[in-house]
Design a protein around this ligand. Structure first.
Ligand SMILES: C[S@@+](CC[C@H](N)C(=O)[O-])C[C@H]1O[C@@H](n2cnc3c(N)ncnc32)[C@H](O)[C@@H]1O
Length: 294
């Protein structure tokens, strides 16, 4: 009789067997197989091609123990990126830890839109930088650019700096632990002027019942929620972007589902022109960009 028929396997097993038992343990999640794959790949630093090649290899005891520890944490609802300490975004694996938002795939659209509109930007400001994922991904593509990353969370600033060092971009990155509003209160920033301002503000309305429990329980609320139906930061940051951009500079921001019309109105009222909207893979209007008049 096989181990699986008598109860949970605890002894040596192959990678493929471990993946199957993980998926069974993860049946509380919407997509147990994908949860299992992601955890196994992160815990063992491998990818699908390696699994296909080495699927019948025995799992070394230390790897097996790590997978069991991580599984127990994941079953509590802790996001995998906080357990593994990393998350892939655009072209890089970013350091992540509790206290910063886990970078989301749809946010890569902010990077793409910014590059499509301003591929020769020399000065970039990243409002609410979190892990630093948007600004640092841009800096990697813009070799002549300098970046100022702003966040009111000290943890976010530490993580952005760690990522900048990891990516060899620290010499071109300034990290400022302040609110976006304080940043714009410094006249030298306004005089300096930026070609590009990118942002992913908190945009969820407090009390929104669509937010996943693990997101609400574990991710920083300052990164998620904003007053005024989720529009408060978007409104304020649009005004700041208008103030610190150079003439013909471009503002690119992520928005929440269903906010496109309201945000376009805010951006138009602030004086921006040439407003463009991009949809994410779920066909949701997700990113808005606009130009400051020349
Ligand atoms: C949605 S998260 C975005 C993080 C990162 N840019 C990303 O896309 O993964 C918003 C970030 O804005 C920061 N934040 C919220 N209000 C702020 C404010 N008034 N000034 C500066 N940062 C703020 C939060 O600490 C959080 O890191």
């Amino acid at each position: 009789m096989s181990d699986t028929a008598t109860g949970p396997m605890t002894g040596p097993m192959t990678l493929r067997q471990l993946l199957v038992t993980l998926a069974l343990d993860f049946k509380i999640f919407e997509d147990p197989k994908s949860e299992a794959r992601h955890l196994l790949f992160d815990a063992m630093d491998m990818d699908l091609s390696e699994l296909l090649l080495r699927g019948d290899d025995q799992v070394p005891p230390e790897d097996f123990a790590r997978v069991q520890r991580w599984k127990a944490e994941r079953l509590k609802g802790i996001p995998l990126a906080y357990i593994s300490g990393k998350k892939g975004f655009y072209k890089t694996e970013f350091i992540v830890r509790p206290g910063v938002l886990v970078p989301r795939p749809e946010t890569e659209l902010v990077v793409e839109m910014a590059l499509a509109r301003m591929n020769e930007a020399k000065s970039v400001a990243d409002f609410g930088c979190g892990s630093g994922c948007i600004g640092l991904s841009l800096l990697q593509e813009l070799p002549a650019a300098k970046l100022v990353s702003v966040d009111l969370s000290a943890v976010a600033c530490e993580v952005t700096l760690a990522n900048a060092r990891n990516m060899d971009l620290a010499a071109r990155t300034e990290v400022m632990n302040a609110s976006v509003e304080e940043f714009a209160g410094d006249q030298s920033r306004v005089d300096e002027g930026f070609h590009l301002v990118v942002a992913n503000p908190p945009y969820i309305a407090p009390g929104d019942t669509n937010v996943q429990k693990s997101v609400h329980d574990y991710e920083p609320h300052a990164a998620l929620y904003a007053a005024d139906e989720g529009l408060a930061a978007l409104r304020s940051w649009t005004g700041v972007a208008m103030k610190v951009l150079k003439p013909r500079g471009v503002f690119v921001t992520e928005i929440g589902a269903g906010q496109s019309a309201a945000v376009q109105e805010i951006i138009r009222e602030a004086g921006f022109q040439d407003i463009q909207v991009s949809r994410d893979l779920n066909n949701i209007e997700r990113v808005i960009s606009a130009m400051k008049p020349g």
